[in-house]
Design a protein. Sequence first.
Lengths: 147, 147, 147
Amino acid sequence: MQPPFLSRTTRHEIPTQGKGTYDLTPLLTETVARAQVLDGTATVFVAHTSASLVIFENADPTARADLHAFFEQLVPEHAQGYQHTAEGPDDMTSHLRMVLTRTSEVIPITRGCPVLGTWQGLYLFEHRRAPHRRTIWINVQGSTLPA
Amino acid sequence: MQPPFLSRTTRHEIPTQGKGTYDLTPLLTETVARAQVLDGTATVFVAHTSASLVIFENADPTARADLHAFFEQLVPEHAQGYQHTAEGPDDMTSHLRMVLTRTSEVIPITRGCPVLGTWQGLYLFEHRRAPHRRTIWINVQGSTLPA
Amino acid sequence: MQPPFLSRTTRHEIPTQGKGTYDLTPLLTETVARAQVLDGTATVFVAHTSASLVIFENADPTARADLHAFFEQLVPEHAQGYQHTAEGPDDMTSHLRMVLTRTSEVIPITRGCPVLGTWQGLYLFEHRRAPHRRTIWINVQGSTLPA
């Protein structure tokens, strides 16, 4: 007999090709579907301090371009005075852009699906210039019975 | 027999009358009470990309006025260079103000109540000028037995 | 027989000695270990509006020094025009710095441990100049059986 409550944490490797936002929505949806939780939560977590999460407008690509440009301006690489610069001008700015966005995001699940709105996508926000492999953890937790 | 563990996700429609913060604390408290979870978590989620959540000072209304003014300044509508402007000057700024605050917030529950501090209120932060109906999801999950 | 699913919310008092970041990682790890949850989530929540949470670079102390300096600049105490100033120049700035960082953070648990990355530490971010005692709540929830 399947237990009425379950928790399943899975690890995922996401390759990035430098600064920008990478759509994690299909990964989220598939991971929730595979867990067979009908009512509960999906917790997404980035195991890094120079990449982060945002839930963002998914329809018009210029919205994401404006997002990237905004963070270049709010946390500029050419700013003077950073001490933590061992890995280059995108080192400290990566930590600051990460801290202004999200490390964890929790999305409720109902009827077996995450409740993202029509225009919401879940994105990995890469803050480093160089390509990286990023580790994302997803915990799906809740009831396998209808609410 | 009531199950010792449960998860209940509910949908709520919140009308807003333009930019500002709207108190969701009574909705949170009632939703947690109704679920009869004694120890667990309440996950609040906004299903939009131009409105967000903040947990904020609930006593002095000038604190919220200063919050609103701060975001007008940090992400100004008169800024040049946004590409995503189809819906007016409060379009792209809404997405940026949302991304700097929260889409999801998780509040632990103990003895059947969310653990908000004395001066903490949960607010919906509306970033658009026009009135909207906003969809909020609340998942309450945990044990129906005392810890 | 131990139940296969459990939720345990505990309260912790953290003393701070003025502005800065205070490492909560050992508290998180111990609280998760004590709960005996093998797969699930740890939700950390600050019950205050002038202190917050960040998951941040834990190796090089200059990264945290740059973080502190960045927030002094992004939300400056010498800014004109705040109305909410009853408790001094670090009053309103504390609320704004809190709202730009996190009140809650959720970390998945697998094999009985939080999934923090190698360079990730969980920090309490104190925004007030004076020493305070801060209340942190931690909910640990999930399965006591291996996934």
